[in-house]
Unconditional design. Structure first.
Lengths: 965, 188
């Protein structure tokens, strides 16, 4: 250990440490996992013995996947619930898991109090030999730590290590010195002071309470919940699997998946716990080093290098000695953002959210409110944990001149966490292990990477622009921006995007055809595909406007920072704006080409209605998107703050491009080869405005997202290439290290004229985009809350889950599976219904024979038919029997359809025949019409024959599987 | 000084582990005297229970700094304590002896009297060479666990044996009647 200067440790408290947020995240995980495990413990309503049969009877094919698996459950939910209520263990009340969780919280509180009270017999330090000197030293150290109140110092003489622990309730802390440490007071005072100051730092940082809460919560969770649940689940899996294999097959994946989800959450809880505790230990080390004016040499002795050591470190509550030495020696080491922290944040956010939608559904339904709140909460968690950490790292690097974090690894790990959470708990995979289309999960990776790279670059820019002044305020503002942006992205994800990995494509020909049914105008021959694409793209119109707002936030925020004068190392605003103008030029050129192309197949004036117009506007919007992306790609090639430069360039390109398109559309008809909608020259600003109103959101939203993704992808590739290059020894510097550094080594010469021009440009650009968004938002804002609002004027309903499921019928089952399902269908209600129908028919026969004697009257030795009221009276039992048949038919119709298409057709046909016959029978009695009554009997006879056929087929199809029932 | 150490005890104990260990540590490692005093304040039963734990679990709320420090006190304490217990428990063999021992343990538990109190009432018999050799062997055996170098362990073993001989050769000289050659004397 070497005593060196404490300068690098300066002001690590200038920004929020973020450990409290991580602690909140940990507690949230504890609660969520507790509710989840408690739900498993108190009983699964869909236990694999009997309730499984209801699912099978409903047509849930055990080997189906994705949406097909959900379909019968969605379509037959009422019949399913009825079946579960009758045959299953029944839906348990919602409150036991919450009651158990509340009990655990109380138990954890009790354990906390016990832990805080101190566990061992101790001796006051003043009561032992040399106690006076020891007490004096401890008082001096307390004063050095700046503690207002002297803690109680005791000694545990039977603890032979050179350590110390702090316990007690807030305000009444006790520091317990172990015997080995007391010896160090004489033999090695320096080490003695290090340990004592470390403990005093815990008191100063208010760690003690949080640490004991964490320990108490973990012990209670482990012993009272995790172990019983593990035993119960293992027992349930083993016994359930052996009891009724056919039903076990239905729910095995779901049960195993729910176990895997629980295990994953437990893992997250453990890792989050150790992460929080390690972070607090590191901060205590730093404080102790500062107070002791004694800093370890970086890379101190001890294990701590290598992949295995890093992995081992994940499970420890204390950092290894090497990491402690690094943290004490360099501020950069403690500001470094850990991959684990990012991964944990991403995964935990997903788990918490989906838990809210699942086990915490009573809470979420009670809270109610808008459907976008999960995205907002998730974004808040990400911003407060991941972004705060990264901001601190970037700000520290900017202040100290050390290499700036790129945000790339952080973003990739955060994205990996989000993806893992989505696969494990999200709706993408439902009860399967992997989603049908996992590639769409990469959207989350892209979102996370863009957000983290932006945060890292924007933090560096803010610190450089503001010279470190008002750091907390600037960080709060920056975090608010990125929070809003992530929230918008995640709202879209939870509402629509997450359907894509589940195998439900939002943009496909079939969806577009569905949407087309709501469009005006004829389909244009020869351009059908293009029309479909445009139609499909404009469907989620409100999402685009939100994306446009997110995109604008991402480039307006750094643009405003550019108004500050000192930006050594950052790209010039002029270069960025030039790139933007270039993008605008690309957009305008494209628009001209589109008009020329449209002119080449211009339809007659009376057919230039919605469809033709849609294709025209859609192509123009594509030009804007291309222009924005091109500007972003070009700006990414500049040095320093490349993502911010790219986003600003794309923003400028969007304004220039939209202005150009507006002019071109408004002057449509003035240049003959470009005539599209009209052929006469006039200034028609309404046309340009119409384009902006209907396609502006799509262009801006799509464009800003495409620009951000393209720039980030390019940045990632160049960074990776540079890393590989560097590894081979050719290059020594990172490509994106040109972050502004304070103090700036090369402060540009102050030019008032240039500054004025730059600030004017910033104000103009910001004003334009804000005005544009505000105006259009006010027009479409009313529709934002309701999916399906006509945000773009011509859009139809956006695709909801239910609509999507209707588009995707269930996968066909094998004969064996069909047999199992039919057997279950019979067992769980089908057979009973069939028998009830048979009995109703038998009763009708009895009624008929009884009433037959009454409808004929003996008049002078001749039998004659009674009529009118007498007929109705005589046939009353028949009518009652027919009514009973209709009731039985309705009951049968409310039950699940037969899980076989052909048998269902026959079954339904039989039911329809019975219903028609029975209704005719009732009508015939009420109108006293014997012919009609006889005709109804014919109908009923035919239906009865059909009944015999279909029941025979059903029992033969169920065949041997009935034994398994 | 240590408030939990009653001065009255000193006069009654004839072989008190704490006294012997304190004398030894006062000479061998004066820096550890607060540790000895702390152990004496805890009481012999508690100390025995705590020191008997074979594995030391790292406290999750500790600093985790993993500093290594060598200690003579626990080595001396355990070795002497084990010897004392052997001497005290040296009951007659056979069934009657075992019953007598069990009864004695039961009474001690009921009356909550520690083994050391029982021991203190008895006059220590002179220790045999085997017993002394056993103590020495035990010290050397325990030394590595508490990070003692072999030379230090040898020296400690010699001091412990010497102090035990001194304590048992002249009955009634243990504890306060033997002034420690170095270190701080216990308060009365």
């Amino acid at each position: 250990v070497t005593a060196i200067t404490s300068a690098p440790l300066a002001d690590q408290r200038a920004l929020s440490a973020g450990t409290t947020q991580r602690f909140v995240l940990l507690l949230s995980l504890f609660l969520v996992s507790s509710v989840q495990l408690a739900s498993m413990l108190v009983g699964n309503p869909n236990a694999p013995d009997r309730a499984g049969g209801c699912f099978l009877a409903a047509g849930v094919n055990p080997s189906a996947s994705g949406t097909a698996l959900l379909l019968p459950q969605v379509n037959e939910s009422s019949a399913l619930n009825e079946c579960l209520a009758q045959y299953g263990t029944g839906l348990p009340p919602w409150w036991p898991p919450y009651a158990i969780t509340a009990g655990l919280v109380a138990a954890a509180g009790l354990v906390y109090l016990l832990l805080a009270a101190g566990r061992r017999r101790t001796v006051p330090v003043v009561a032992v030999g040399q106690g006076g000197e020891l007490a004096e030293e401890l008082t001096a150290l307390t004063a050095r730590a700046g503690l207002a109140r002297l803690p109680r110092f005791v000694m545990d003489p039977a603890a032979m290590d050179a350590d110390a622990v702090t316990f007690g309730l807030p305000g009444r802390y006790t520091v317990c010195l172990h015997a080995g440490l007391v010896k160090l007071f004489r033999s090695n005072p320096e080490e003695f002071r290090t340990v004592v100051l470390h403990e005093l730092a815990h008191i100063k940082n208010r760690d003690v309470g949080l640490t004991y809460v964490t320990i108490a919560a973990w012990r209670v969770y482990l012993i009272l919940l995790l172990l019983p649940t593990a035993v119960s689940s293992a027992w349930g899996l083993l016994s359930g699997g052996k009891a009724v294999p056919v039903f076990w097959a239905v729910t095995r994946t779901a049960d195993l998946k729910s176990l895997a989800v629980a295990a994953f959450v437990v893992l997250l809880v453990y890792l989050a716990r150790t992460d929080v505790m390690r972070a607090r230990e590191t901060y205590a080390d730093i404080d102790a080093a500062i107070w002791n004016e004694r800093i370890a040499a970086p890379g101190g002795e001890g294990k701590g290098t290598g992949l295995l050591a890093a992995f081992w470190q994940l499970w420890r509550t204390h950092p290894v000695s090497r990491q402690r030495a690094d943290a004490s020696a360099s501020a950069a080491a403690m500001f470094r953002v850990s991959s684990l922290q990012m991964f944990l944040t991403g995964a935990a956010v997903e788990m918490i959210l989906y838990q809210f939608q699942d086990d915490l559904s009573p809470v979420s339904s009670a809270v109610g409110g808008p459907q976008y709140w999960p995205g907002v909460v998730a974004a808040a968690l990400i911003a407060s944990v991941a972004c705060v950490g990264l901001w601190r790292a970037a700000a520290s690097a900017a202040l100290t001149g050390s290499p700036a974090p790129t945000g790339l690894p952080a973003g990739l790990w955060l994205g990996a966490g989000l993806m893992a959470g989505e696969v494990i708990a999200g709706s993408a995979a439902n009860i399967e292990w992997l989603p049908d289309a996992p590639v769409f999960l990469l959207v989350l990776l892209l979102f996370a990477t863009v957000a983290m790279v932006w945060t890292a670059q924007f933090a560096g820019l803010c610190v450089a622009a503001r010279h470190g002044r008002g750091s907390r305020l600037v960080m709060a503002a920056g975090l608010a921006v990125i929070w809003a942006v992530i929230a918008i992205w995640l709202i879209w994800w939870y509402e629509e995007g997450s359907l894509a990995p589940a195998g439900i494509s939002l943009i496909s020909g079939r969806d577009a055809q569905l949407l087309m049914s709501g469009l005006d105008g004829p389909v244009i021959r020869g351009h059908h595909d293009m029309q479909l694409v445009v139609d499909a793209l404009i469907s989620p119109s409100e999402g685009y406007w939100l994306f446009a707002v997110a995109g604008a936030l991402l480039w307006v925020a750094p643009l405003l920072m550019w108004a500050h004068r000192i930006r050594a190392g950052s790209p010039r605003l002029r270069s960025i704006l030039l790139a933007g103008l270039g993008g605008g030029a690309v957009c305008c050129s494209g628009a001209v080409a589109v008009m020329a192309y449209m002119h080449s197949w211009q339809v007659p004036a009376d057919q230039r209605s919605a469809s033709y117009l849609l294709v025209f506007f859609g192509c123009l919007a594509a030009c804007v998107v291309v222009g924005m992306t091109a500007a972003a790609v070009v700006a990414t090639l500049v040095r320093g703050l490349r993502l911010l430069a790219a986003l600003m360039a794309s923003g400028a390109a969007s304004l220039a491009g939209l202005a150009g398109v507006y002019v071109l559309v408004s002057w449509d008809g003035c240049v003959a080869p470009l005539n599209t909608m009209v052929n006469s020259c006039a200034w028609r600003p309404v046309s340009g405005w119409e384009f902006f109103r209907t396609f502006g959101g799509l262009a801006l939203g799509f464009g800003s997202t495409a620009a951000a993704v393209a720039a980030t992808a390019l940045l990632t590739l160049t960074t990776l290439a540079a890393a590989v290059h560097r590894r081979t020894g050719s290059v020594s510097a990172t490509p994106d290290r040109a972050m502004p550094v304070l103090p700036a080594p090369n402060v540009p010469r102050f030019r008032p004229g240039r500054l004025l021009a730059e600030r004017s440009a910033i104000v103009a650009l910001t004003g334009m985009i804000v005005m544009m968004l505000a105006v259009t938002f006010s027009m479409t804002g009313a529709d934002l809350g309701s999916p399906g609002g006509e945000g773009s004027g011509t859009a139809t309903d956006s695709l909801t889950v239910n609509q999507a499921t209707q588009l995707y019928p269930a996968a066909s089952a094998s004969p064996k599976e069909t047999g199992e399902m039919i057997a279950a269908w019979l067992k769980y209600g089908g057979a009973h219904l069939a028998i009830a129908l048979f009995n109703a028919n038998v009763k009708l026969g009895d009624a008929m024979s009884q009433s037959a004697a009454k409808v004929f009257r003996d008049a002078n030795g001749q039998y004659s038919l009674v009529t009118g009221a007498q007929f109705r009276t005589a046939e009353a039992p028949t009518a009652s029997a027919c009514i009973a048949i209709t009731q039985e038919v309705r009951r049968a119709e409310a039950y699940f359809p037969v899980p076989s298409t052909s048998l269902q057709r026959q079954w339904q046909s039989m039911l329809t025949g019975l219903m028609i016959g029975a209704q005719r029978c009732v009508r015939a009695v009420s109108t006293a019409s014997l012919p009609q009554l006889l005709a109804s009997f014919d109908d009923l006879n035919h239906a009865s024959e059909a009944w015999g056929r279909v029941t025979n087929q059903l029992t033969s199809a169920a065949g041997r599987f009935c034994k398994a029932c | 000084m240590a408030e939990s150490v009653s001065p009255a005890c000193w006069g009654t104990r004839q072989i008190a582990v704490g006294d012997i260990v304190r004398d030894v540590i006062a000479e061998a490692a004066p820096a550890e005297l607060p540790v000895v005093d702390g152990l004496r304040a805890l009481g012999p039963d508690t100390v025995r229970k705590r020191l008997r734990r074979r594995r030391v679990f790292r406290d999750p709320v500790g600093s985790g700094l993993e500093l290594v420090v060598s200690l003579m006190t626990p080595v001396a304490w355990i070795a002497v304590d084990e010897l004392v217990r052997r001497v005290v428990d040296d009951a007659p063999g056979g069934l009657a002896g075992r019953i007598w021992k069990a009864l004695r343990t039961f009474v001690r538990r009921v009356t909550r009297r520690s083994q050391d109190e029982v021991a203190a009432k008895a006059t220590a018999p002179p220790l045999s060479p085997d017993q002394l050799e056993e103590v020495r062997r035990r010290v050397l055996e325990l030394a590595p666990k508490y990070y003692l170098a072999s030379a230090d362990a040898e020296a400690l073993a010699d001091r412990v044996v010497a102090r035990l001989i001194l304590a048992t050769a002249v009955p009634g000289t243990a504890g306060p009647t033997v002034a420690p050659s170095t270190g701080e004397a216990p308060a009365r």
